[in-house]
Design a protein around this ligand. Structure first.
Ligand code: BJW
Ligand code: ZN
Length: 237
């Protein structure tokens, strides 16, 4: 499971921490339905600004290594809290987006997808039902997409190894997933430069940037796998 930290090396700001978005912007003013109802223009301006930042960002070695893992491992699922689409752009296909996708729009009222409409924050377009168009992301107090959450819980329950990467593990229900995995027998690994709420529960912690740590883990794992295969072949001979 990934969080905003995975995209930090691509130049996409995280939410919490000194350089995080919430140090400059108040989440209650921007990431809730109340905020949107109070000031839709401000909320749209903020999302259009972030769309622009994300549109210019490129996937980093962290995203690319996770895409490689999916190609080489028979059962690998990527659960992300990120809305930036960088995992798909890096080549990941089995991606569960828990908090939506910032590139998509939907109707505030009936939920219909509204991707083809141009957004003018001064004159927010409306759906045929009359509802204003909003970004298709999950705000505080909103339910996560049901199928995505159910699948993510199932995958967590079944996983043998769970990597929690670049997330502060403070936002629920996503923050429950590593603990669900661990309670069902998974080996829990955290990759993060800073300690998090999850650290006390992790079986192993890699303190560093995901764009640096993930390629090292993957290289070590593949080298060990090929030397194990070579010694098996020698034994058979
Ligand atoms: C690096 C790095 C590098 C830096 N490499 N790492 C149970 C208990 C308490 C509260 C609740 C609860 N259940 C529900 C709640 C309420 C609420 C919640 O969790 N609040 C907490 C904050 C207390 N949850 C919700 O409202 C959720 N809905 C819900 O539960 O519905 C049912 C319900 C409704 C009402 C009442 C009760 C239940 C919805 C949550 C939606 C979250 N939405 C956001 C915004 C998305 C749209 C947008 O982008 O604008 O999602 S908030 C924001 O936080 C975003 C993120 O996905 C999410 C998680 O953040 P993340 O990814 O962890 O980022 P950071 O910034 O926190 O951390 C970055 C990490 O990276 C740090 O650790 C760095 O160290 C690290 N890092 N560089 C690796 N190079
Ligand atoms: Zn509608």
């Amino acid at each position: 499971m990934t969080g905003a930290g995975v995209s930090a090396e691509s130049g996409v700001p995280t939410f919490r921490g000194n350089d995080g978005l919430w140090s400059k912007f108040d989440p209650t003013e921007l990431a809730s339905m109340n905020a949107f109802m109070r000031n839709p223009k401000l909320v749209w301006e903020w999302y259009l600004y972030r769309r622009d930042v994300i549109g210019k960002a490129e996937p980093n070695m962290g995203h690319e290594t996770l895409a490689k893992m999916e190609q080489h491992l028979s059962a690998f699922t990527l659960v992300t809290q990120n809305v930036d689409n960088l995992h798909r752009r890096a080549g990941s296909r089995n991606v569960i987006e828990l908090h939506g996708n910032i590139q998509r729009n939907k109707c505030r009222q009936c939920g219909s997808p509204m991707d083809q409409v141009e957004i003018d924050p001064d004159n927010i377009p409306r759906c045929s039902c009359g509802g204003q168009i909003r970004p298709d992301v999950v705000w505080f107090g909103e339910l996560l997409p049901e199928e995505a959450l159910i699948t993510a819980i199932k995958v967590a329950e079944q996983s043998a190894l769970f990597l929690s990467i670049g997330t502060s593990a403070l936002v629920y229900p996503a923050a429950d997933l590593p603990l669900i995995a661990k309670n069902n027998g998974a080996y829990l690994v955290e990759i993060n430069p800073e300690p998090t709420a999850l650290t006390p529960y992790a079986d192993e912690v890699f303190r560093g940037k995901s764009g640096e740590i993930l390629p090292i883990i993957w290289q070590t794992a593949t080298e060990e796998a090929s030397s194990a295969e070579a010694s098996l072949q020698t034994d058979e001979a």
